[in-house]
Ligand binder design. Sequence first.
Ligand code: PEP
Length: 243
Amino acid sequence: MRTPLVAANWKMNGSREFAEQFFAALDLEGATAEVVICPSFPYLPQVGEKLKGMGVALGAQNLSQETSGAFTGEVSAGMLLDFGVRYAIVGHSERRSLYGESSELVAGKFLAAQSAGLVPILCVGETLQEREAERTLEVIGSQLQAVAEAGSGNIWGSAIIAYEPVWAIGTGKTATPEQAQQVHGFIRGYLGEAGAAVQILYGGSVKSGNAATLFAQPDIDGALVGGASLDAEEFARICRAAG
Ligand code: PEP
């Protein structure tokens, strides 16, 4: 049985004051899902302090594939661990499309996170054009394959996958539960034996109004939430819908 997990991706939003107000309003009473909050790097210590004793984990939105050295502006997995970070999002479609991150680079970040002891949340997803060309599963397969080829051993054993159709992120369009389940089932099959225990999250305009039907699908184990995670009450409703 997989524990449901809901992760908040605040993206480049927030401020010191926002974080104060968010945690003053966040009430996770009745939510049994694992919850992860991923703020921007500068707010990791502040949010980490807030999370103490709440049973909520801290995540980062990105990390370097390198461990240390002359990489100006980069943040390593070891540095994140120093601040109590347990999860790191890798391969978010905004990083792939706006910052040119290739699947090979994403694989490097995945492995850097994992070898340091962080749990990577690997985002995969197709564009609208790729979906319309009926290339969805091929695209997802190749994004997963890049990681599988770069790693060795049981790389999926301590990883989370987030299926995030690019056309559904921040657009208000959500994949139907059937569309999402089809891809989640494909991902689980791709992961092989290890796949049975891997949490596979859905992301793309998840809100409290659509969360329950998505979470009712057999291979949807929770959500990676962008916009709706900036509203503490709405985010808590999504967490409760997950379990
Ligand atoms: C995301 O950025 O990972 C995401 C799913 O965003 P949104 O929920 O706003 O679509």
